[in-house]
Design a protein around this ligand. Structure first.
Ligand code: COA
Length: 452
């Protein structure tokens, strides 16, 4: 039972329909919790996010990440606050090529807006009221002169005045604060060695910070819910190459969107492996994106999220989780943990975000001609999307590379799947003698063979 001081607010129970759902969701989140501990995430949120009523909830979620041992650098935008103030004061900004020319008056407004935002964020992180998600939290949020800037300069005859570029990020001091368990807050302003203040682009600052800090994730929270295909369907994950193709192949792509995609490609190509785009309008979006298998936004990664690889002893638990329901329903023959541990070198797995979602095994036999394909399984929610085919092709390729001529399978439930993949029904006699000797007559599996 939860301690009364740390009891979550009542509304939490409304969003979790049953106790079982809660337990299952919590268990599903466990691999992510373990994987994220000590990782560094850079999170950018636009000025609009700060003005949202849900911003305190986002702060709660960020606090939760901090308590799970994630090292956090927050970068805030301030565009909407700056625009609002400029409008009130009747100051018109001059934009050239989408970039603001920051004169003295505008710079004053930027300083005020950034200072105000920083204070508000610090205040929110200081709350620790009982019976709220912040109960018991004590987080230091640190801002400092971490960013050294230089003037953008005069381009094509236009002097951009106080608009700056990032010259250096004091990663050593930032790391020092992160290692002490503090959350680092960066505002989109930088200081020059001459003591001037420069206006910076927040998204660029987040991107460069993530690269220089060698961050594990860069997360953008703003108005976009992610990247969509041409049928207007949300793409949950894509590789940096796929994003590059989108940039190069789509004609109707707005300049600012294109710049943002190029920023993401730059971060990915510079070693930030995972970049997320999350919708600011959805409550709990950050947690849903990070702790559920498919997330709710778009994840852009350097490589494909799912790779087939040889299994190791560390995968035994994941394989057991995957095949247990299939063993219970009789679709797969029961294997003990000991057997799996002994035979693990024969297994291949598909891993997605630290979870085993598919497996298959290839057993070579003494006759050096045939190999057995066994224990092919794809997690139910991932079936019928080509993964079975993918793992099967991998097993066949492996068998061919070992100069084998045939693969065979003993199956009770998936005969037609194997027929579709070129297998024909055979008799027990056509199997290697040691396999014949071990045949389970009670199970009465059908024998299918495929020529390679
Ligand atoms: C068999 C299995 C590995 C296929 O994986 P998958 O990722 O769903 O397969 P794919 O996406 O490559 O292929 C999907 C196609 O196979 C069909 N299919 C899936 N299971 C099937 C079965 N048992 N019998 C016949 N066809 C089947 C699907 O209907 C789908 O057909 P469609 O493309 O015409 O819609 C998966 O269904 C599974 O884990 N089954 C339970 C364990 C099992 O029986 N393993 C085989 C014995 S070792």
């Amino acid at each position: 039972m939860a301690d009364s001081n740390t009891k979550p607010p009542n509304n939490t129970s409304n969003t979790i329909s049953t106790e079982n759902d809660f337990v299952q969701q919590f268990r599903n989140a466990a691999p992510y919790i373990n994987a994220f501990r000590n990782q560094t995430f850079v999170i950018y949120f636009s000025g609009d996010v700060l003005a949202d009523n849900e911003f305190p909830s986002l702060v709660h979620d960020i606090t939760l990440l901090n308590s799970l041992g994630v090292k956090l650098v927050l970068v805030h935008g301030a565009r909407s606050q700056i625009e609002k103030r400029l409008k009130t004061l009747g100051i018109k900004s001059n934009y050239v090529q989408g970039l603001r020319v920051t004169d003295n008056e505008t710079m004053q407004v930027i300083k005020e807006a950034s200072g105000c935002i920083r204070l508000n964020i610090e205040a929110l992180f200081s709350t620790s009221l009982k019976y709220t998600p912040m109960a018991g939290s004590q987080i230091n949020i640190i801002s400092s002169n971490y960013i050294i800037a230089k003037p953008k300069g005069i381009i094509d005859g236009i002097d951009y005045l106080h608009t700056g570029n990032i010259r250096k990020i004091d990663t050593q001091s930032i790391r020092h604060s992160l290692n002490a368990g503090d959350v680092v807050l960066l505002s989109p302003v930088g200081y020059s060695t001459t003591g001037e203040i420069f206006n910076l682009n927040g998204e660029d600052l987040a991107t460069l910070s993530s690269i220089n800090l060698n961050a594990d994730k860069l997360i953008f929270i703003d108005d976009s819910s992610g990247i969509f295909n041409t049928n207007n369907e949300l793409l949950h994950d894509l590789t940096v190459n796929e994003l590059n193709n989108i940039i190069n192949s789509r004609n109707k792509i707005a300049n600012d969107v294109k710049r943002h995609y190029q920023r993401i490609v730059h971060a990915c190509s510079s070693g930030v492996d995972r970049i997320h785009i999350i919708d600011r309008n959805k409550d709990g979006a950050l947690l849903l994106e990070l702790f559920t298998q498919d997330g709710i936004g778009t994840l852009i990664s350097t490589d494909h999220l799912e790779d087939i690889r040889n299994a190791g002893i560390e995968d035994v638990n994941g394989i057991i989780e995957l095949i247990k329901p299939l063993e219970e329903s009789g679709q797969l023959v029961k294997r003990s943990r000991e057997r799996l541990e002994t035979e693990i070198d024969n297994f291949y797995v598909i891993e997605r975000e630290n979870q085993i979602i598919g497996c298959g095994a290839l057993y070579k036999n003494s006759n050096k001609k045939q190999a057995e394909i066994a224990c092919m399984a794809i997690a139910e929610e991932y079936q019928s999307q080509g993964r079975g085919e993918k793992i099967f092709s991998h097993l066949c390729k492996e068998a061919k590379e070992n100069q084998l001529e045939q693969v065979f399978i003993l199956t009770t439930h998936a005969t037609h799947w194997f027929i579709d993949h070129g297998f024909t029904k055979k008799t027990l006699k056509e199997l290697p003698s040691e396999k014949q000797a071990l045949y389970n007559y009670q199970r009465n599996s059908a024998v299918y063979i495929k020529e390679l």
